[in-house]
Design a protein. Structure first.
Ligand SMILES: *Cc1c(COP(=O)(O)O)cnc(C)c1O
Length: 428
């Protein structure tokens, strides 16, 4: 049945659940029929400049010929084959690339199908590591407030306990340890007091701690905050000192977004376990990976179970692996760092106009991420409507109006985007 746009939206409203949405009072959603470059096209031909990269993912923009080709090439060989007992060139090439571009000790790769699953896998790895080492009491996690690690049960336990949208599950979830949110910004002078709260938790509870899990330098959906690379460095030192594993969740920050290929490079440290996802396929397909060091994989596999007990049905899907390989190679062959720096400079200059507004609490930019934090929560539907009228796509939440555009966005389009942000915020 072919529906016209009106019918489609009506049916969607009645039957289709959208992310973080009500089904009884469904939010406005906008129909998109195609996307190319940095533009999303609506059925009436109107185009929106995409400031979201489809949630950090579409770093090369949409409908990219190189990524399209990788998919059609893979399709001719096979769309999928199970990964249990079988392997294939696209998965192996992806693993080779991931091992090559991530910090050196990370040499073992577990491929999965989404970021949340990659986090579940990381948590299971850490707990199984200590179990195998004869220390089953080390099964708790420590993290910092205002973090976000995904929506599945294990991931939810380390999301911010207040704004994590998961309070009603608190009775059924295991309780972990939450340190205060770091206060020292990315560029600010380090003060040891900033990590006091995490330090105390590690000192007091290391005997039951399997791992510390944090988003390095950039906290994404939990608050869009940037903090000191020294914090991450100190967290690494504390983990070493007290025999606790360090898990870095680079699902949002990975593949260049913060100005380094991986955000842990700002701190010059390596985690024991690292999660990547989102931009890994350039926004084409759902794929993620959990990497770990040989120390961790040996620890797990030399234990009682002898194996790591996880295996999604679509693990290592060839189409997703092929487009991830193409996306990573494309990224490395383009001047991504200069592009991200140019976007950073332009965001800094153009969003500055918001800093003086009485409704604005803070303006911050790092890499190709621009954030305007308001004093009061914004009405997402209202502000989205205003932005769409100006030809721009953003998805503000809470007090945050923010953008992380595709790296290929040209100065003119970025100008249109930030001007729309500034005008809209001024009109609130
Ligand atoms: C998005 C995100 C996740 C969850 O990834 P999904 O693919 O949505 O399951 C986990 N951690 C961080 C830091 C993220 O930004």
């Amino acid at each position: 049945m072919k529906m016209n746009t009106e019918e489609l939206l009506k049916f969607d409203k009645q039957h289709t659940w959208h992310p973080y949405a009500s089904m009884t009072d469904a939010p406005t959603v906008y129909p998109i029929v195609s996307a190319s470059g940095v533009r999303l096209k609506m059925p009436d031909g109107k185009e929106l400049i995409d400031g979201m990269s489809s949630w950090w993912a579409a770093i090369h923009g949409y409908n990219h010929p190189v990524l399209n080709q990788a998919l059609t090439d893979q399709l001719e060989d096979m769309a999928h084959v199970m990964f249990g007992g079988l392997t294939h060139p696209s998965a192996v090439e992806l693993v080779r690339l991931l091992v090559k571009i991530t910090p050196e000790p990370l040499t073992k790769v577990f491929i999965s199908d989404s970021g949340s699953v990659a986090v579940e896998v990381a948590i299971k790895m850490a707990i199984q590591y200590w179990y195998s080492k004869g220390q089953p009491q080390k099964h708790k996690l420590a993290t910092i407030r205002t973090g976000y690690h995904g929506d599945t049960f294990g991931a939810m336990t380390v999301c911010d306990p207040v704004n994590g949208m998961h309070q009603m599950f608190s009775g059924v979830l295991p309780q972990h340890h939450f340190a205060d949110t770091p206060q020292i910004g990315f560029d600010e002078a380090w003060d040891e007091a900033d990590i006091e709260s995490l330090k105390k938790i590690i000192e007091q509870h290391h005997q039951e701690l399997a791992a510390v899990i944090i988003e390095p330098v950039v906290q994404g959906a939990g608050g869009m905050r940037f903090y000191s690379p020294t914090y991450v460095k100190r967290a690494r030192e504390l983990c070493d000192q007290y025999d606790v594993l360090l898990i870095l969740d680079e699902i949002a920050t990975g593949f260049g977004r913060s100005g380094e290929l991986f955000a842990c490079e700002h701190s010059n440290i390596c985690p024991d376990i690292m999660c990547v996802g989102k931009a890994i396929t350039g926004g084409y397909m759902s794929l993620a990976a959990t990497l770990c060091s040989e120390k961790v994989s040996d620890g797990i596999c030399q234990g009682e179970a002898g194996a790591f007990m996880h295996g999604p049905t679509f693990m290592g899907n060839p189409l997703a692996c092929a487009v991830a390989v193409a996306s990573i190679k494309l990224l490395l062959s383009t001047p991504w760092k200069t592009r991200v720096q140019n976007i950073e400079q332009q965001l800094k200059t153009s969003l500055l106009a918001c800093a003086e507004m009485p409704t604005v609490e803070d303006v911050r930019v790092l890499g190709s991420i621009g954030v305007v934090e308001m004093k009061e929560p914004v009405n997402m539907e209202r502000i989205q409507k205003m932005l769409v009228a100006k030809g721009v796509w953003l998805r503000p939440f809470g007090k945050l109006v923010y953008t992380m555009p595709p790296y290929i966005m040209e100065a003119d389009d970025l100008n249109t985007l930030t001007a729309a942000m500034v005008e809209t915020i001024a009109a609130l």
